[in-house]
Design a binder for this molecule. Structure first.
Ligand SMILES: C[S@@+](CC[C@H](N)C(=O)[O-])C[C@H]1O[C@@H](n2cnc3c(N)ncnc32)[C@H](O)[C@@H]1O
Length: 502
C-alpha cells in the first residue's frame, strides 16, 4: 500500500491532471477503454482497470522515451556535468573526495539526485503532474518503527532492510552534491532545506525508485546467458550499472505473480500490451518477478497470497552445526571442535547459510500459473557442506564413530543428514516468537494493523515452508527405513534360499 497525503478530492484531481498531461505528450497513446482507478480501499493505491473486454495483444498505452525521467532526459546533467561524467567523456574524472565526481555515483544515486532536483523545481518541472501522483510515504519496512519490525520475528528480512546503509549512502553521495550546488537545486523561488529535510527527501525518492523505477536498457529480444528471453522487470540494480528511469503510466500498473500485461522496450517508446484476454472490470497487472513475500515487502511494501509459492527460509549453517555437534562431536573438546570448524571453513565453497525454497514452474507466456509449488528437496550445497564437516570431524578425531561410519556408508550418512536437518528445522522454527498456529489466528484478528498483518503474513509463510520441508524430510527418512527393513528381510531370507538350493 502506498501513502498519499492528499485527501480524496486532491487524489482524484491529481489523477485527472496526470491523465491530461500524459495524453498531451507527443507520441503517447492510451487505450480508450482503460482507466486509472482509486484502489486505496483495497490497499493498492492507484491501479489501471479494463472498462471493457480487451483482446490479447492489444496495445494498452505507449510511453515515448522522452517522457521518462532519467539521466538522458533531465536537464540536471547539463547543470552539474561533472557529476554525470559529461566533462571528460569517460570514467576517469577526478575524484574530489566530496561525492562530486561521477566515479562515486551510480544509476541509483543519479536518479535520486534527478528526482530531488525535479521535485524542488516545483511548477517549473516538466514532470510536475507526474511527480504529484507519486507517493510521499511508504509501507516498506525501511519506514517501520522498532515495534513494527519486531513483528517480523526471526525472518531473514530483518537483516536486509538496510536503513543504516541507505543513510550512509545519502550522507556521502547525495547531500555533498546538493550542498556543493545549492544554486542549482534551490532555485531563486524554492525553499532551502536543512540536512534532516534533505535526508528525508532522499529516502523518499530512494524508496520511490525501489518500487517504481524501470531498468531502461533492456531490449525486447535481449537474451540472458542461457539464451532465454529475459522479462523486462522492475529491477533493483544493486551494482548501479544499468540506466534507471521513472516511467509515467507504466508505473501505475500494480503487479502479482499471475499477471496479464507486459511492458515492451522499443527504441523510441515503451509499450504496454495485453498478454491475454482481460475481462471488463479486471485490473491490468504487471509482473515484478518470482519474489518471496519478504522481498516483495522489502522492495514494494505489500504481500500477496500468489507470491507465497516463492517464499524462502534461510537456514544459518550455525544451527545445522549445533545439531551435528550434538550427534557426532558431543564428546569432543571445544578446542577440537574449533579445529573441525577451521578445517571445514577453509573450504572455499563454505557457506554461512542455505536458502530453502519450493520448486515452482514459471508463469506461462500469458502470465498464468498451472500447478502448485511444492517443497521437493534440500539444496545440494547443504548436503555437500555436511559431508565436508564430517570429513573434518574424522580428521580431527578418527574415533568419532558415527562420523566415520557415515563417511563409509551412504545410507548411514543420509540418515544422519536428514535427522540433523530435521532437528535444525525445528530449532529454526523455535527462533520465531509465535507458532504457525498462532499466526493463522492472528491473520484474521480484528485488532491487527496493516503493517502487522503483512509481517505476520511473511513470518507465517516462512513457517509454512519449514513445515513442508519437515514433512519432506520425514518422508525421506521413512523411505530410508523401509529400504533398510526390506534389505533386512532379503538378508533374512537369503540363507534359507541358499539352503533350499543346496
Ligand atoms: C509501480 S507502483 C504501482 C502503482 C501504485 N499503486 C500507485 O498508486 O502509484 C508499485 C506500488 O504499488 C503497490 N502495489 C503494486 N501491486 C500491488 C498489489 N498487488 N497489492 C497491493 N499493492 C500493490 C505497492 O505499494 C507498490 O510499491
Amino acid at each position: 500500500m502506498v501513502g498519499d497525503k492528499g485527501s480524496s478530492p486532491g487524489f482524484a484531481q491529481a489523477t485527472r491532471d496526470f491523465l491530461n498531461w500524459f495524453q498531451a505528450l507527443s507520441g503517447a497513446t492510451l487505450h480508450n477503454e482503460i482507466a486509472i482507478e482509486d484502489l486505496r480501499g483495497q490497499g493498492r493505491g492507484r491501479g489501471i482497470i479494463a472498462r471493457t473486454d480487451i483482446e490479447p495483444g492489444t496495445v494498452l498505452f505507449t510511453i515515448p522515451r522522452g517522457a521518462i525521467i532519467c539521466a538522458a532526459t533531465s536537464t540536471l546533467k547539463y547543470k552539474i556535468p561533472a557529476v554525470f561524467n559529461l566533462e571528460n567523456g569517460d570514467d576517469n574524472s577526478e575524484d574530489e573526495g566530496d561525492g562530486s565526481s561521477s566515479s562515486q555515483q551510480d544509476s541509483w544515486t543519479l536518479l535520486i539526485l534527478i528526482m530531488i532536483y525535479e521535485h524542488l523545481q516545483g511548477d517549473a518541472s516538466r514532470w510536475k503532474p507526474y511527480l504529484d501522483i507519486l507517493p510521499s510515504s511508504f509501507d516498506t519496512p525501511m519506514f517501520w518503527s522498532s515495534t513494527e519490525l519486531s513483528e517480523l520475528q526471526a525472518s531473514a528480512l530483518v537483516g536486509k532492510i538496510g536503513r543504516t546503509e541507505a543513510d550512509q549512502m545519502i550522507q556521502t553521495k547525495i547531500l555533498p552534491i546538493i550542498r556543493a550546488h545549492e544554486d542549482v537545486f534551490f532555485g531563486p523561488h524554492s525553499q532551502q532545506l536543512d540536512d534532516a529535510q534533505l535526508l528525508e527527501l532522499a529516502h523518499r525518492f530512494g524508496s520511490t525508485i525501489m518500487a517504481y523505477a524501470f531498468d531502461l536498457e533492456k531490449d525486447d529480444d535481449e537474451k540472458d546467458a542461457e539464451g532465454q528471453e529475459e522479462d523486462d522487470e522492475w529491477v533493483e540494480d544493486k551494482e548501479g550499472k544499468t540506466m534507471l528511469g521513472m516511467v509515467p503510466m507504466a508505473d501505475l500498473l500494480n503487479a502479482d505473480a499471475e499477471f496479464n500485461a507486459h511492458i515492451n522496450h522499443a527504441e523510441e517508446a515503451l509499450t504496454a500490451t495485453a498478454l491475454r484476454k482481460i475481462k471488463a472490470g479486471e485490473e491490468i497487472l504487471n509482473y515484478y518477478g518470482p519474489l518471496p513475500n519478504g522481498e516483495l515487502l522489502r522492495r514494494y511494501g505489500y504481500v500477496t497470497p500468489k507470491h507465497s509459492r516463492y517464499d524462502v527460509v534461510e537456514l544459518p549453517w550455525q544451527l545445522v552445526e549445533n545439531e551435528l555437534r550434538e550427534r557426532v562431536g558431543s564428546t569432543m573438546s571445544p578446542s577440537d571442535w574449533e579445529r573441525v570448524k577451521q578445517l571445514a571453513q577453509s573450504d572455499e565453497e563454505f557457506e554461512e547459510g542455505f536458502v530453502l525454497e519450493r520448486s515452482s514452474e514459471d508463469p506461462d507466456s500469458t502470465g498464468q500459473l498451472h500447478s502448485d509449488a511444492a517443497f521437493s528437496g534440500l539444496p545440494d550445497e547443504l548436503g555437500e557442506q555436511f559431508k565436508t564437516f564430517l570429513k573434518a570431524v574424522k580428521k580431527v578425531n578418527g574415533n568419532a564413530e558415527l562420523a566415520v561410519q557415515a563417511l563409509s556408508d551412504r545410507d548411514a550418512r543420509k540418515e544422519l543428514y536428514l535427522q540433523t536437518v530435521l532437528a535444525t528445522l525445528h530449532a529454526r522454527e523455535r527462533q520465531y516468537a509465535t507458532s504457525l498456529e498462532e499466526d493463522e489466528r492472528l491473520m484474521n484478528a480484528a485488532e491487527v494493523t496493516e503493517r502487522q498483518r503483512m509481517a505476520v503474513w511473511v513470518r507465517r509463510g516462512e513457517k509454512q515452508l519449514m513445515r513442508e520441508a519437515q514433512s519432506w524430510v520425514r518422508r525421506e527418512l521413512d523411505e530410508l527405513q523401509n529400504k533398510a527393513s526390506q534389505r533386512r528381510q532379503v538378508g533374512d531370507d537369503a540363507p534359507a534360499a541358499k539352503r533350499r538350493r543346496m
